[in-house]
Write a protein that binds this ligand. Structure first.
Ligand code: HEM
Length: 500
């Protein structure tokens, strides 16, 4: 009987022998990964221990946050989620993984936007290089800079409230999820380069840009695991054809940058936006034009779905707890009395900051359901590390899922899965901040955090002061897809103006 090897080496290779050889190779690799890896003792789904495809399939199905949370409830703080990756939900995890500047996993390379020529702070995996690059763009995201742009946010919020008033007057169900996405996208265009995309003006998803983009980000999230797939879906040719659903936003952004860059003096200097600052960094030779283009498209992609979900999670959770809604409203009234004046129609960030209970509701809503749909993977350096009593060899990917961390009863107590804003008003609430991470943590945390807080505070205070909101079907839970970002939908509401 000929051996498999001799069969292959002979000229008479049959399809059957070739198939057998492939099978033997696959099974050998699977056995090695499952039983002879330094991570073999860590529990988790069998398939995950032998192939990355388990994680890819989980991501594509759109609820990896739920799946990973259940796995941690079943197996505890360490779950093997790929042959070389362990998901960590341990109290030392944030400090050891996110606050220690570990390199990001190569999965992040898919964060080059719109294609691999445009490396961004998201796609750069080396902490030192990423921090140096981010420094050049940081001024655009500082609270002091953003507050000089507050009137731009007010302008778009006013447009949104005109729609809300219309739905209220017509007594028709409103898909606030979609309108929040329009608002979030338009605000990124307005703040970055003074050109909203026109979603709020039209009142619909132009060319289905936003809905299709969320789906394509789903593919992009998995493409990070396969460099060839990344290059197939995001390359100079694809960018040139403009076939990707982001077309509208990319083209608007690129045109705005090109037009402003071509001018000797930026005429926006009298009414600056974020691009004004980034073009100055370009003029000073601190960044390249490609860096500015990449960072601008990243700002749109990262700031749209995440911000929409941020606004949604506040309204959805507070609305389903009418006493919380009323307490926020009472807080606004008390502040107005204390100040002896009415707050502006679009409440200012400064005023909204003076409402501790409202801020607690925002924080609690982001804890229960934040915009991040994946884990944050980092690579253990040479020499290895330990988390709790678990040792990890160098080269292992360790990831933290903020969703699991922020719902774990070991950190948050028995009501971990309940909306309870009061937990943030207790004396020892600072302790909880160790496990609170909707914006990520450390050198790679969200640079848009200040902008997010400004937008959420203003929207929350203005909306709940002036409107009653109830779900068309109060028993219906929202649905969502969690890819890189979570994006909820299907929770239509009736809005009613409190003061006509
Ligand atoms: C409630 C709203 C938001 C939340 C919860 C949020 C959360 C996050 C998270 C968790 C990350 C990933 C961090 C990591 O990989 O370690 C991220 C990245 C990022 N976010 Fe946000 N985000 C929000 C809104 C925004 C907004 C409004 C902008 C700006 C327009 C923005 C810009 C970015 C950028 C540019 C990145 C890439 C980070 C990098 O440079 O490495 N985000 N965000």
């Amino acid at each position: 009987m000929p051996t498999i090897m001799s069969n292959v080496l002979s000229t008479n290779v049959t399809p059957a022998s070739l198939l057998t050889l492939v099978l033997v190779a696959v099974v050998s690799v699977a056995i090695k990964r499952r039983y002879f890896s330094p991570l073999s003792h860590i529990p988790g789904p069998f398939l995950a221990s032998v192939t990355r495809l388990w994680q890819v399939a989980t991501l594509i199905q759109g609820d990896s946050i739920g799946v990973f949370h259940k796995l941690h409830q079943k197996h505890g703080p360490f779950v093997r989620v790929a042959p070389n990756e362990v998901s960590v939900c341990h109290r030392d995890g944030p400090r050891k993984i996110l606050l220690t500047a570990l390199p990001k996993d190569s999965w992040y390379r898919a964060g080059a936007l719109p294609d691999y020529r445009f490396q961004t702070t998201l796609s750069i995996t080396d902490p030192k290089v990423k921090v140096a690059r981010a420094k050049q763009f940081m001024q655009g995201y500082s609270t002091s800079t953003l507050l000089t742009f507050e009137h731009r946010i007010d302008k778009l919020y006013t447009q949104l409230f005109t729609w809300i008033d219309k739905f209220a007057a017509d007594n028709k169900p409103m898909d606030l999820d979609q309108f929040f996405s329009f608002t979030a996208a338009d605000i990124t265009g307005e703040l970055l380069f003074s050109k909203p995309f026109g979603f709020l003006e039209k009142g619909y998803d132009i060319d289905k840009t936003l809905s299709r983009s969320h789906a394509i980000v789903g593919i992009g999230t998995t493409a990070g695991y396969f460099p060839w797939l990344s290059k197939l879906v995001a390359n100079p040719f694809v960018t040139w054809t403009g076939v990707l659903p982001f077309r509208l936003v990319f083209v608007t952004a690129m045109d705005a940058i090109a037009e402003r860059h071509a001018r000797k003096v930026d005429t926006n200097d009298n009414d600056p936006d974020i691009l004004t600052l980034w073009l100055q960094a370009l003029a000073d030779g601190k960044v390249t034009l490609r860096d500015v283009q990449g960072q601008t498209t990243l700002g749109i992609v990262a700031g749209t779905d995440a911000m929409s979900t941020g606004l949604q999670t506040f309204v959805y959770h507070t609305m389903r707890h009418p006493t919380a809604w009323q307490r926020c409203r009472d807080e606004v009234a008390a502040l107005e009395r204390a100040k002896g004046r009415s707050l502006a129609k679009i409440v200012s960030f400064a005023d909204a900051q003076e409402m501790p209970y409202l801020q607690a509701c925002i924080k609690e809503a982001l804890r229960l359901f934040g915009p991040l749909g994946t884990g944050l993977p980092r690579v253990v350096p040479e020499g290895g590390t330990t988390i709790g009593d678990m040792a990890f060899p160098g080269g292992t990917t360790v990831s933290i899922h903020p969703y699991s961390m922020m719902r774990d009863k070991n950190f948050w107590g028995p009501d971990a899965e309940t909306f309870n804003p009061d937990r943030w008003l207790k004396k020892d609430s600072a302790e909880l901040d160790r496990f609170y991470m909707p914006f990520g943590l450390g050198y790679s945390g969200c640079p848009g955090i200040n902008l997010a807080k400004i937008q959420m505070s203003k929207m929350a205070a203005s909306l709940l002061r002036d409107y009653d909101i109830r779900q068309v079907n109060p028993k219906q839970e929202w649905t969502y897809e969690a890819y890189f970002n979570t994006l909820p939908h299907d929770w239509p509401v009736y809005v009613k103006k409190v003061h006509q």
